[in-house]
Design a protein around this ligand. Structure first.
Ligand code: SF4
Ligand code: SF4
Length: 101
């Protein structure tokens, strides 16, 4: 049985838990998404809960591990990141659509 080596530090982990962003890749989904996550960096404590739970692997740690960034082109707008964030640093904002016109 193959055993995985335990990472010694955070930077040894892959950029996202599910590997490369785009497991459900449809390329640019910005056309049909209803909500998008907006990060308030002042509230973020870098706990990485959002990074762990994002089902699409579109949240990445920055190279210095001090922050996260969200790939809005690949984000599906599910809101899980906002739900799990302990400091409400992520807010789901409605994207303007046909209802607003
Ligand atoms: S809204 Fe969903 S897909 Fe987008 S970053 Fe948050 S958890 Fe990931
Ligand atoms: S869950 Fe919230 S506090 Fe934690 S890293 Fe993500 S945005 Fe920052």
């Amino acid at each position: 049985m193959k055993t995985k080596e335990k990472p010694e530090k955070l930077s040894d982990l892959t950029k996202t838990p599910s590997g490369k962003a785009g497991s459900f890749k449809l390329t640019d989904v910005s056309g049909w998404k209803t909500f998008k996550p907006v990060l308030d960096e002042d509230k973020c404590i870098n706990c990485l809960q959002c990074w762990v739970y994002c089902p699409h692997g579109v949240i990445e740690r920055t190279s210095d591990d001090q922050a996260i960034s969200i790939d809005l082109q690949e984000c599906k707008g599910c809101g899980i990141c906002a739900d799990v964030c302990p400091t409400d640093a992520i807010e789901m904002n409605k994207i303007r659509g046909v209802d607003d016109e």
